[in-house]
Design a protein around this ligand. Structure first.
Ligand SMILES: NC(=O)c1ccc[n+]([C@@H]2O[C@H](COP(=O)([O-])OP(=O)(O)OC[C@H]3O[C@@H](n4cnc5c(N)ncnc54)[C@H](O)[C@@H]3O)[C@@H](O)[C@H]2O)c1
Length: 411
């Protein structure tokens, strides 16, 4: 076994040891048999936890082909271990070009999938644009992230979505933990690995106070930063204020920010005005799905030179002499410079993915739209998670159930 493969295998083993929920789900899915002999095409960040999902799908009888959903998020050691040690069909490498990225996505479709598992919507959109011939054979899909769900809802609204897709992101057991605690922890991990700079005592601006933004703001505050939040939604802005953060427009926050993280799912969240006003020495990072949240076009336009100063840091010297640092080309910093979400978090998200893949096969013929994850699936994952940590919870008595259902009884 070469060194790279050995490293990847160790990472896979470690992840598996910390993913008891999917292990449990796998046994039940295997007994039910819906995935047996089915072809699954996946586009997810190719790293250790995703490797466990792929291997688990294969262990329940599915044929899996996988690619990365981002050019910079592949862990090459894991990709190589999956190929060499497990004979998995993996089409991904870190730092692939845009052309290679789409070629790899296309390669996952070679076996004509029955189920598609996507993160960000690129694979599903590719099928709708270039491989319509495959659509009749697809029972359904499952989408991992907020941005993917937004794109799929746009397709549904337009009437162009042609197979059902389960919105894994909207499951409570996904976004309450993955987006909030997962992105919170791993974004800090990515920033710290990339920069090796101090967080405590610094001014930290979080742009977007959704599920991910809440987690990042919470963790940055916990590490001793002075945290500011920018929002476009007045309700979220009030929430951020009540949570104890300074709320202000991006262009004002960035004037004093040492670190800025975008997590909006929106383009140019840090655009021209913000780039012109940002503090000298500011570190810019993105944890939203696409690399368009911080405008690289404007950074290039207003800088006189740029150079790579560390593996994951591009230094821009602006025309007026300020220096700005962009991490990981503005791509998901938690995966490009960090190791992604903790294994225990992805355990729950991927248990949902596996149950969603089973759900579309079990309920073949679902309407071609974005479907919510049924409450029973959320509760099942939650119960398995509690069980895996030996946590017991209370149960309503019959009398309490009757009381709750009886509207006539007050006190
Ligand atoms: N890095 C990761 O591992 C990871 C994990 C989960 C989700 N994501 C991605 O992160 C992004 C955010 O996800 P989320 O679940 O927090 O979404 P969300 O919808 O809960 O939150 C996004 C927030 O950004 C705000 N916003 C939108 N445009 C803005 C702008 N221009 N300026 C300021 N605020 C703006 C919205 O009002 C909203 O409150 C998505 O792209 C999602 O796919 C990344």
């Amino acid at each position: 076994m070469n060194e790279l493969v050995a490293k990847g295998k160790k990472r896979l083993d470690w992840a598996r040891d910390h993913m008891p929920v999917i292990e449990n789900v796998k046994q039940e899915v295997s007994e039910n048999g819906y995935l047996d002999g089915k072809n699954v095409s996946m586009a997810l960040h190719v790293e250790a936890k995703t490797g466990i999902l792929a291997l688990s799908l294969r262990e329940v009888g599915a044929n899996v082909k996988m690619a990365s959903c981002n050019p910079l998020s592949t862990d090459d050691s894991v990709a190589e271990a999956l190929r060499e040690e497990y004979g998995m069909d993996v089409h991904a490498k870190r730092g692939q070009t845009d052309e290679e990225y789409y070629e790899n996505l296309t390669n996952t479709l070679k076996h004509a999938p029955n189920v598609v598992i996507d993160d960000g919507g690129d694979l599903i959109s590719l099928i709708h644009i270039e491989r319509e011939d495959l659509i009749d054979g697809i029972a359904g899909g499952a989408e991992e992230t907020t941005t993917g769900v937004v794109r799929l809802r746009a397709m549904e609204k337009e009437g162009t979505l042609r197979f059902p897709v389960m919105s894994v992101n909207d499951a409570l057991m996904k976004h309450l933990f993955d987006n909030r605690y997962g992105t919170g922890q791993s974004t800090m991990d990515g920033i710290m690995s990339a920069t090796n700079l101090q967080i405590s005592g610094k001014n930290f601006l979080v742009v977007g106070y959704g599920w991910c933004g809440r987690g990042i703001a919470m963790r940055a505050k916990g590490m001793g930063a002075s945290v500011m939040v920018s929002e476009v939604d007045p309700v979220k802005a009030v929430e951020a204020r009540m949570d104890g953060f300074e709320v202000l427009p991006t262009k004002k926050g960035i004037e004093k920010a040492d670190f800025v993280v975008t997590v909006t799912g929106c383009k140019d969240a840090v655009g021209e005005e913000a780039i012109r006003k940002s503090k000298d020495g500011c570190v810019l990072a993105n944890s939203g799905h696409f690399d368009n949240e911080i405008s690289k076009e404007k950074l290039n336009q207003f800088s006189k030179s740029k150079r790579k100063v560390r593996e994951d840091i591009m230094e821009y010297t602006m025309e007026d002499g300020r220096t700005l640092y962009l991490l990981s080309e503005g791509r998901l910093v938690n995966l490009a410079a960090g190791q992604g979400h903790p294994a225990e978090i992805m355990d729950m998200s991927f248990a949902l993915q596996m149950m969603s893949a089973e759900y579309v096969l079990k309920n073949e013929g679902l309407e071609p739209k974005v479907h919510s994850i049924p409450r029973e699936i959320d509760e099942k994952v939650a119960s398995l998670k509690l069980e895996s940590e030996d946590i017991e919870v209370d149960k309503l008595t019959e009398e309490q159930k009757r009381y709750i259902e009886n509207w006539k009884e007050g006190t």
